[in-house]
Design a protein around this ligand. Sequence first.
Ligand code: MG
Length: 166
Amino acid sequence: MRSYRKVCFMRIGIGYDLHRLVEGRALILGGVKIPYEKGLMGHSDADVLVHAIIDALLGAMGEKDIGTHFPDSDMSFKDISSMVLLQKTMQIMENNGYKIVNIDSNIICQKPKLMPYIDKMKEKLAPLLNLDIMSLSIKAKTNEGQDSVGEGNSIASQCVCLIEKV
Ligand code: MG
């Protein structure tokens, strides 16, 4: 079978994630701790935005998904900062000879309001991704009160990325 990984210089990836909101957990989104009465449930810090970004990057490279690279059966990843997982993903990018062109992402969250924290998330994530702020888009949306996200029981995130061969 022909390997397109060898002939394509630009590749796109898509990532999606959702975590349940529960009491007794810190809410971490885009590496930023957000004051709220609930946090996201997960094996790591459950940073749903960073997980969507990681899966988009892995997908663009043709790598297996986040759960394969960082399995929740591995106790070394218990409560780990997703920023560390992102750093490991960037190492995989470097090993494969890719860099990111741009990222666009959504956080779908009914409560709390995320707009005050978006710039802070970009400031934290952009250096890790080797991107300038204008090449890293993070948008916050509600789910209009519908479904588990809209009812405040979960937060979801979507991400697309473009990467190029260095
Ligand atoms: Mg996740």
